[in-house]
Ligand binder design. Structure first.
Ligand SMILES: Nc1ncnc2c1ncn2[C@@H]1O[C@H](COP(=O)(O)OP(=O)(O)OP(=O)(O)O)[C@@H](O)[C@H]1O
Ligand SMILES: [Mg+2]
Length: 167
């Protein structure tokens, strides 16, 4: 799928994108979340989790725990590769058991462990444009995930942008 660019001018817009992702992400999918510190990777994860019936207070940045699993209407595995030294350390977390199963797997700083993630992953890049504005670039090499793009284009049509620079 060609990248879809969405602009969130507020946290509420980010939450909407999270709800839409929860609606259209299929079971077993892995999402690589990338963007600078404070971009909104955890915030987006919280929005996805809430839409899956998981209390928001359970969804903390897994920076120290590295892997958290939340059970709701759907299961979410939330990983953070920020402090991972190498692929082996990441794989030792037992992360592969989550891939391709009924859970949605979300990996903050996924680029750092790109070799360990399934090829069919969804790639989300968040850029900080200014203050509360964030740009989301969403793409996947898996044509089967086209439904996700179509869903986002419909439900978040007012957030679509052509894409521009950011940090
Ligand atoms: N439109 C927006 N979307 C998401 N977060 C926003 C937005 N505007 C402001 N923020 C603020 O940006 C911060 C995002 O923090 P968050 O922990 O989600 O970032 P992160 O990408 O997970 O960072 P880290 O790499 O440290 O884990 C929060 O303080 C949030 O309130
Ligand atoms: Mg985070």
């Amino acid at each position: 799928m060609s990248p879809l660019f969405l602009v969130a001018r507020s946290i509420e817009d980010t939450d909407l994108i999270g709800r839409c992702l929860a609606k259209y992400l299929p079971d077993g999918v892995t999402v690589s979340l990338n963007g600078p510190l404070g971009a909104g990777k955890t915030r987006l994860t919280q929005a996805i989790a809430v839409a899956c019936g998981i209390p928001v207070h359970l969804v903390l940045s897994p920076t120290f725990v590295l892997c958290r699993v939340y059970e709701g209407d759907r299961t979410i595995a939330h990983l953070d590769a920020y402090r991972i030294q190498d692929d082996d350390e990441f794989l030792e977390l037992g992360v592969e058991e989550h891939f391709g199963h009924r859970s949605i797997t979300l990996v903050e700083w996924g680029d750092r462990v790109a070799n360990c993630l399934p090829a069919s992953q969804i790639d989300i890049r968040i850029a900080i444009l200014e203050n509360d504005t964030r740009q989301f670039q969403i793409s996947s090499r898996d044509a089967a995930l086209e439904e996700l793009t179509n869903g986002l284009e419909t439900d978040c049509s007012h957030l679509i942008t052509t894409g521009h620079g950011g940090s």
